[in-house]
Design a binder for this molecule. Sequence first.
Ligand code: MN
Length: 227
Amino acid sequence: MTNFVIPAPKVASIPVAGSGQFPVRRIYCIGRNYAAHAVEMGHDPDREPPFFFQKNSSNLDPSGEFPYPPKTSDVHHEVELVVALKSGGTNIPVDRALDHVWGYGIGLDMTRRDLQGEAKKLGRPWEIGKAFERSGPVGPLHPVSETGHPTVGRIELKVNGALRQEGDLNQMIWKVPEMIAYLSEYFELAPGDIIMSGTPAGVGAVVRGDTMEASIEGLGTLTVRVV
Ligand code: MN
């Protein structure tokens, strides 16, 4: 027993399809990883070096409900392939990177776009727009033994049945092994780390009462209600 002076926070985790929980350490999110989304956000889709921001492990939420957050009037959906690491290290070569992947899932990088926009304009960090409570609705993880490493396949998001976002995993500018290798040059990756791999074009706002359905070929559908 460690001699904690206050109750220790609980370890964040997300469910595994079937049974079990995957413990979460850090969440790295890549920005502008699909060319069409980079263009819709007003950027050049050329292959510039990738950039990442982080959410907090406790932001992930498997409940199927997304409470509309405070201090915003423009909350956007971003459907993303979630990559869960079972091991890590530093300076991982691209050709060994997939050895570190435990599995895959569907996640939403919910974003207070108005606050993120202000932060961008002022050259400030993005956490206020990205890393708020329950900002990461997530579905169950599937082990690589069941899914393989998805590199192609439709990724889409519907709101109230209407298609909003669509793309294909093969449109990622930085592929999963490249993201792992790149991150490992700057950070020490470790078991429990999550990578949110970017969103295709079509991001947009939701309001209370909306139902989001996020699908990735081979990984099923994540349904989240905005409450
Ligand atoms: Mn995102």
